[in-house]
Write a protein that binds this ligand. Structure first.
Ligand SMILES: [Zn+2]
Length: 533
């Protein structure tokens, strides 16, 4: 439910304002004074905040938040409507960019992220948007390394570290650049942690190690000491096994010759997997959930591939009642879905004990085996799994997981009586990989990921800043490769996290059928680009 407020303009006209969760502030257009509107703004219906003039914006904020104090050095914003306000909304309204979320948190270290009525947030003038009399600094997301390919970008990040040792042990030192935050620019970039809890805990720990009393207000130039135990593989010190593995994989990527299939993807075997479904809606945040939204994107990819290419396409999962159709509107979580084995298997979730998550790779491997038996080119097998995650809200955009060669086992067999009646499990429940196959699997999957990120970027679809390609999931002290790609016999196999549900801009994108269509089109463009020498 939006919050509605009435206020009178300087000329005495009554105007209705509304504040909606995630959608922000808007005003009823019909009696708005011209002076309140940005040039060319449409006055029909509700005028969004972004279409107001500087005067209109200032007036609207004062009208909606009459208790706010506008001072020379800052604005003191008193939270009035915690049910629809969020740090993100506050950052969007006052600074002009929701992405300034991090900075607003840093300015208000004692306040919880979950807003409470009456909390007073300080927004310094320099963070205010230009329209509100501030400096209008855009979030510093763009750094020189953003345009590099993955290997060069990771090398650039590594180049910014220096290694040292003190009485608390070995560390890598990083000097914080202007506009960078400890969460996003240090923890998410240099360690394998991306989940909100893991990132926050490690940020506290790194801050303590670096002699920083206050995580949220760190001056640029501050030296951050990251204990080496927490560094991701590519940032481990010289001489470490992890760094050697990283270099071996990078060399393999450079050596690996691309496979040519032409724009029609002739002779390519593709298996599409939409994560979760059935009893398991997956991650939930910002009023949406993972399963139906990624299923919809997957179905759009499927449709494009079937209509525009000669690739042979299969799905691992089908929603009952919906089939392989895409939808314009997604109203609630679908309750039943089945893995398309023989016989079909009800989706039971993706927990470590869930059989259905394993049946996805068993089914895919079985289909790949059939393809190879029919003289299909084993190099032209592609497995794509679609997911969305709920990360720290400052992270946004797509991220891709590839199977780390070091973490793929040499052999594995799915056992258990629950799958004994499944035909595919009888044939394809065992996998074995040679060292060479593991390396090739990671290398080809990395090449595909690069093609995917390029295609997304070209279509202006947000991509995770820092390291959008990762080869390991780290959570609660453990690290692993998702099972669907860990055991996949596809030559190329990736798990795509299409968006971060916790980020309000990402969530709004996923809710938009046009975005899902653009996303699917970009995936298909990426597949075409990948199978081109
Ligand atoms: Zn998922």
């Amino acid at each position: 439910m939006p919050v509605m407020a009435h206020a009178r303009t300087p000329e005495g006209k009554e105007i209705i304002l509304q504040l909606q969760f995630r959608k922000g502030l808007s005003m009823e257009g019909k009696v708005l004074p011209r002076a309140f509107l940005a040039k060319g703004a449409d006055v029909n219906g509700w005028v969004p905040f972004g279409n107001l003039s500087p005067e209109g914006k200032r007036w609207a904020l004062a009208a909606l938040f009459p208790d706010d104090l506008w001072r020379e050095e800052d604005v003191r914003h008193r939270v009035r409507h915690p049910e629809v306000e969020s740090v993100w909304t506050m950052a969007a309204l006052f600074t002009g960019h929701g992405q300034n979320y991090d900075r607003l948190m840093a300015e208000n270290p004692d306040l919880p992220e979950t807003l409470r009525e009456g909390d007073v947030w300080r927004i310094p003038r320099r963070l205010l948007s230009l329209d509100l009399g501030g400096t209008g600094r855009a979030p510093d997301r763009t750094q020189p390394e953003d345009d590099l390919d993955d290997e060069a970008r990771v090398a650039a990040y590594r180049g910014m570290l220096s290694f040292g040792e003190d009485d608390q042990g070995k560390y890598a030192a990083y000097r914080l650049r202007k506009g960078e935050a400890l969460y996003s620019s240090v923890v998410i970039r240099y360690t394998d942690r991306v989940d909100p809890k893991g990132v926050s805990e490690l940020a506290e720990r790194v801050a303590g190690r670096s002699g920083i009393a206050d995580v949220r207000s760190i001056p640029p130039g501050q030296v951050i000491k990251i204990p080496v135990a927490f560094l991701a593989g590519p940032f481990q010190p010289e001489g470490s096994a992890e760094l050697a593995e990283e270099r071996e994989v990078r060399a393999e990527v450079r050596r690996t010759v691309r496979i040519e299939a032409g724009p029609k993807l002739t002779g390519v075997r593709i298996i599409l997997d939409a994560g979760h479904g059935g009893v398991d809606p997956g991650a939930r945040a910002s009023g949406i959930w993972e399963s139906d939204f990624v299923y919809d994107i997957t179905m759009r990819v499927r449709r494009f591939l079937e209509q525009e290419t000669e690739a042979q396409v299969s799905s691992t999962i089908r929603y009952l009642g919906l089939g392989f159709r895409s939808r314009e509107e997604i109203l609630g979580p679908s309750r039943s879905a089945e893995i398309l084995t023989t016989p079909p298997f009800a989706v039971a979730g993706e927990g470590p004990k869930a059989v259905s998550v394993h049946l996805r790779w068993v089914l895919a491997n079985d289909l790949f085996a059939t393809f190879r038996k029919a003289k299909g080119d084993p190099q032209k097998t592609l497995f794509l799994s679609f997911h969305a995650d709920s990360l720290h809200p400052s992270a946004r955009g797509s991220m891709v997981y590839v199977p780390s060669a070091a973490l793929v086992p040499s052999s594995y067999a799915l056992g258990g009586s629950r799958t004994a009646h499944v035909a595919e499990a009888k044939r394809s429940a065992r996998v074995a990989f040679t060292g060479r196959e593991k390396l090739q699997g990671e290398a080809r999957s990395r090449q595909f990921s690069e093609a995917l990120l390029k295609a997304l970027h070209k279509d202006r679809i947000p991509v995770h800043s820092n390291r959008p390609i990762r080869n390991v999931i780290y959570r609660s002290g453990g690290k692993w490769v998702p099972a669907v790609i860990r055991y996949s016999t596809g030559a190329t196999k990736v798990l795509i996290e299409v968006a971060n549900l916790t980020n309000e801009d990402d969530a709004a994108n996923l809710r938009d059928p046009d975005f899902r269509e653009r996303y699917a089109a970009a995936v298909v463009n990426a597949i075409r680009a990948y199978y081109r020498k």
